[in-house]
Each structure stands twice: as structure tokens, then as C-alpha cells.
Design a protein around this ligand. Structure first.
Ligand code: ZN
Ligand code: ZN
Length: 362
């Protein structure tokens, strides 16, 4: 699906909902992914208008880049303060009710828009662009698969270099350096490298703790490649693991597999979560699995749909989600196994290739 098709799908939604246009504002990092999705333009400032006509405005830092990336969309160059420019640009438009994304626009920008374009009623809408973004086309799935493959390779590489005494931060930095040297634009999020008792904190930030023999290390990592993110979690043991780690690993793996088996087009997020959660509950660790089973991944590492206990989001073909059950024992250790999958009509395809069948012992 080309960018023009995406804008047409949005324009249709705008019309169906009784609005005249939709404004995407990428300023101060709002609407960044939405603007890229609808235009292909990756600069850090841009205004996209989608209505009877469509145009993209940016300033002189980006006009050349915008022309190259967003053609054939008309590009307008603004100067001075963008809010003043926009107020003048819209002064004689016939559009009256204009949608903006409630999910990504800040209240400050919304207030500024209202103050500068008084002839327009700005209407915060549901996640219309984010909803379009949930369903990936073939080339988006390929890009996510390539990001997942590079993430697998990064993990394989760093695991070959880990020695007792290295710090979490050192491991995270070396991993990032390797990934960026080997084709990653960036990391999709700050890598989580959590050793020993730190692994019981689901979003631990790597620090100065040294990894030790006989402890687990939890990696939750993903690269951004060609704008698309990957997300992978594996737990390894440095030397012989405690028997309890092994035991928990086995049923977290079963929960991960049950989650993957439950994924198919038409299923609700809550039902996929329930299948995996039951295995952890039956093992007696239900209260140690506090987060949802998974989330959508694409231009952002956390996007729609949600796969959690209360999620009414219905999975459809082409959606890419994570399946990541975990069990966390405070002050002791945590185990999470996370894979990236793409929903197919009758099931799903797993994009993460890093082995998981046994707890890897380094
Ligand atoms: Zn993750
Ligand atoms: Zn995740």
C-alpha cells in the first residue's frame, strides 16, 4: 500500500466521521510516526493536511528531503513561526472541523492550534492513523522481519562475548554498537540487560552491576531498521542455573507457545492473553505475571493492537504483535520469553528466530 493509498484511507475516515480535514503535526516529536506512515517523510518537523486536498509543509531545513521522500505530495516551505504560518495558510480554507490525533498530539500543541487558527474547530479524534498502522502490508512485514533477524544476530553476537565481571551497561553498549555497525538505524528502545535479581524488574535499566556466574541475564532488545522496530526477550544463565530458574523457564516457555498457538485472525487480544496466562496461573505464579501478554510493533515499539487481559482489540491478518509472558520473583530473578509474530488468517508466523526451547547456559 503506497502512501497515497494510506492518505486516501484516512480521508475516507475523515469524511465518514463528518469532518472536513485531518491535520498531522510533527513538532516536538508529536505525530512523528503518523507523519512518516502517511508520507514517507522522516524529518523531525512537518505538517500534513489531509482533506479534499493534501499537502505537506516543512521549513527550509527539510524541503529538499521532503520532496525526495514524499513525492508526488505537494510540498510547501514555511518560514517564521510555524503556528503563525499555519494560521495564515488556513485563514481562507473552507474546512471548518478538522481532526487531530488525541493519542499523539500534546495538549499544548492543540491549545496553540486553537489560538492561531480561530476559524477552525480542532477536534481530537480517536486513533485513526494508529488504527491504519496496525495492519502491515507485505513490505512492512518484510522490514519488521529484517529488524527481527538483525536483533537475533545481535543477541547471538553479544552472548559470545559475555564474561563474568562485565557490567550490564557495558554489555548493552557493546550490543548497540554491533547492531548499529551492522545495519541498525538505532535501537528501537533502550536495551534491557538485567542480571541476577535485576531481572525481576520487567523494565530494568542497565547499570553498573557486574554479571556473575550462576545468575540469569535477561535481555529485552530490538533494533530499528528502515524505520521499523523489533522486540525480543530471552533469558540466559551464566553457568549452571538454580533448579527453580529451570522450572520457571519451562512453564513460561509453555505459556509463550500457548500464546503463539492462540493467535489467528479474528481472535480478541484478551483471549490470546488468557490462554497463556492460564498456564502461569496453573503453575501457581499468576500473581507474578503483572503485565499484558503483548502489544503491536511497527514504526513504534509499542503500538496498537494490545494483547492484554482487558483488550477488546481484534487481531487481523497482517498485524504484528509480541507474545511475552513473564514471571518475576522480587529480589530473586525473572524470566520472560518474547517473540514477534505476524497474524495470518489461520494462525501466525513467528518472526523471531532466536532459539528458546531450552534455557541457554553460557
Ligand atoms: Zn521487549
Ligand atoms: Zn515487548
Amino acid at each position: 500500500m503506497g502512501h497515497g493509498d494510506r492518505r486516501r484511507a484516512l480521508a475516507q475516515r475523515v469524511e465518514d466521521e463528518g469532518l472536513d480535514a485531518f491535520l498531522v503535526v510533527n513538532a516536538e516529536s508529536s505525530d512523528r510516526a503518523n507523519l512518516f506512515y502517511l508520507t514517507g517523510f522522516s524529518g523531525s518537523f512537518g505538517l500534513l493536511w489531509v482533506g479534499k486536498e493534501a499537502w505537506l509543509a516543512t521549513d527550509s531545513r527539510y524541503t529538499e528531503q521532503a520532496s525526495a521522500q514524499a513525492a508526488p505530495l505537494p510540498i510547501e516551505e514555511l518560514n517564521g513561526r510555524w503556528l503563525t504560518w499555519l494560521g495564515e495558510r488556513l485563514a481562507d480554507t473552507s474546512a471548518r472541523r478538522v481532526g487531530v490525533s488525541a493519542a499523539s498530539l500534546t495538549v499544548k500543541i492543540l491549545n496553540d492550534l486553537r489560538a492561531h487558527a480561530k476559524n477552525i474547530e480542532f477536534v481530537p479524534t480517536g486513533s485513526w492513523v494508529e488504527e491504519l498502522r496496525q495492519t502491515k502490508d507485505g513490505s512492512e512485514v518484510e522490514q519488521i522481519a529484517a529488524a527481527a533477524e538483525l536483533t537475533d544476530a545481535g543477541l547471538r553476537w553479544i552472548l559470545g562475548r559475555i564474561r563474568p565481571g562485565m557490567t550490564e551497561q557495558e554489555i548493552a553498549l557493546e550490543l548497540e554498537f554491533w547492531c548499529r555497525k551492522n545495519g541498525a538505524q538505532d535501537m528501537a528502545f533502550e536495551p534491557i540487560v538485567a542480571s541476577g535479581p535485576h531481572s525481576s524488574r520487567p523494565h530494568h535499566r542497565p547499570g553498573s552491576r557486574e554479571v556473575r556466574e550462576g545468575e540469569v541475564i535477561l535481555f529485552d532488545i530490538g533494533v530499528r531498521r528502515d524505520a521499523y522496530c523489533a522486540d525480543l526477550t530471552r533469558v540466559v544463565s551464566l553457568g549452571r542455573p538454580e533448579p527453580r530458574v529451570q522450572e520457571i523457564y519451562e512453564f513460561v516457555l509453555k505459556a509463550n507457545q500457548a500464546g503463539i498457538e492462540a493467535v489467528h485472525a479474528g481472535v480478541e487480544g484478551a483471549s490470546v492473553d488468557a490462554g497463556a496466562r492460564k498456564i502461569i496461573e496453573d503453575a501457581g505464579y499468576g500473581t507474578h505475571f503483572g503485565h499484558g501478554l503483548g502489544h503491536g510493533v511497527g514504526l513504534e515499539v509499542h503500538e496498537m493492537p494490545r494483547v492484554g487481559p482487558t483488550s477488546e482489540d481484534v487481531l487481523g491478518p497482517g498485524m504484528v504483535v509480541t507474545i511475552e509472558p513473564g514471571v518475576y520473583l522480587p529480589e530473586q530473578f525473572g524470566v520472560r520469553i518474547e517473540d514477534l509474530v505476524v497474524v495470518r488468517p489461520d494462525g501466525c508466523e513467528v518472526l523471531s528466530g532466536f532459539p528458546k526451547d531450552d534455557l541457554l547456559v553460557l
